[in-house]
Design a protein around this ligand. Structure first.
Ligand code: MBD
Ligand code: FE
Length: 311
């Protein structure tokens, strides 16, 4: 193709019509994406059939509400993390627990309690009991009072409440507020890893790339605290076969948590249990608020509990 035909068309796509005004940011970003895609089509000789099948594919991703899954699967959500890490580092904000992706399954508005909570509703009989606790700290080591720890994780089938009609709403989701010792503690069941819906469009593309769609077992944490930067992260459970092979690229070495098995009958009885249990001890450190960066918690559309279609 004559290069000027390509350049002319790209130019026209983002040229405002007579008497209209463009949003300059949208114009710049869309102009760049269209330009890069035009070049992709030209350089790779993309056929009309390939192009239209890509359009159909995007329709399917939307219909199945999987853009939130495709984004981490193609590395975009981790890329955004790396960029936020860079910006904080450049602003001298170091020393906090590393962030890692929120993912598509956070639901705001979980029940809140002080100091401790039980996350599971007792219905998942496959689940091993876990007691996780630790402190929310400032980078100077001071415990933070009044931090709100939002915790969410999957059940033993790798499924999340609200998105899974077999679970009670907000099962395995809680907010826990720290007291003056900065401590949080909860009882729950150990989650299993997540797998992309096998017949969905995300897995369909991963198959074409020769990739699996699995995540290691993990527990999501979002911590908000007065005068501190919000931390969105996850811990990954040690020993999972996908620990370093996460389809969403979210594992970070500092976020691997050791699960300690307790099978001494005396320990079991002391907890009022009848089966062995696990403990996880994990502290989270937050950076103090800073004028040097203009972002905090990522603002994105999140599911409203009552709006989720229960299939
Ligand atoms: C998950 O549980 C998750 O955390 C992400 C990032 C994507 C899909 C499912
Ligand atoms: Fe998850």
């Amino acid at each position: 193709m004559q290069p000027e035909h390509l350049t002319n068309l790209i130019e026209k796509v983002t040229s405002p019509s007579d008497g209209r005004k463009a949003n300059p940011r949208v114009s710049e970003v869309v102009g760049r994406i269209v330009k890069d895609l035009f070049h992709t089509i030209e350089d790779l000789d993309v056929t009309p059939e390939e192009f239209w099948s890509a359009m159909d594919y995007l329709r399917d991703v939307g219909t199945n509400n999987e853009f939130g899954l495709l984004a981490p699967g193609l590395g975009f959500e981790h890329l955004l993390d790396l960029r936020m890490d860079e910006a904080e580092h450049a602003a001298g904000l170091d020393g906090a627990t590393p962030r890692t992706i929120e993912g598509p399954l956070f639901v705001p508005g979980a029940p809140k309690s002080k100091g401790e909570a039980r996350l599971d509703d007792g219905s998942d009989e496959e689940g091993d009991f876990v007691f996780m606790s630790g402190r929310i700290l400032s980078t100077d080591g001071t415990p933070i009072e009044g931090a709100v720890v939002d915790v969410w994780h999957a059940n033993t089938r790798g499924l999340y409440s609200i998105f899974d009609s077999d679970q009670t709403p907000y099962n395995l989701r809680r907010k826990i507020e720290t007291g003056s010792d900065g401590r949080y503690a909860f009882r729950s069941i150990l989650p299993s890893g997540y797998a992309c819906p096998p017949n969905g469009p995300t897995q369909q593309l991963l198959d074409q790339l020769g990739r699996h769609g699995n995540r290691p077992a993990h527990i999501h944490i979002m911590v908000e605290a007065p005068d501190h930067r919000t931390l969105t992260t996850q811990i990954n459970l040690d020993g999972d076969e996908y620990l370093h092979d996460d389809f969403a690229f979210a594992t970070r070495e500092e976020l691997v948590a050791v699960t300690v098995l307790h099978d001494d009958p005396a320990d079991i009885e002391a907890r009022g249990l009848t089966a062995p249990f696990y403990t996880i001890d994990f502290d989270f450190t937050l950076n103090t608020s800073s004028e040097a960066v203009d972002f905090d918690r990522v603002d994105r559309a999140r599911v409203e509990a009552q709006m989720v279609a229960v299939a």
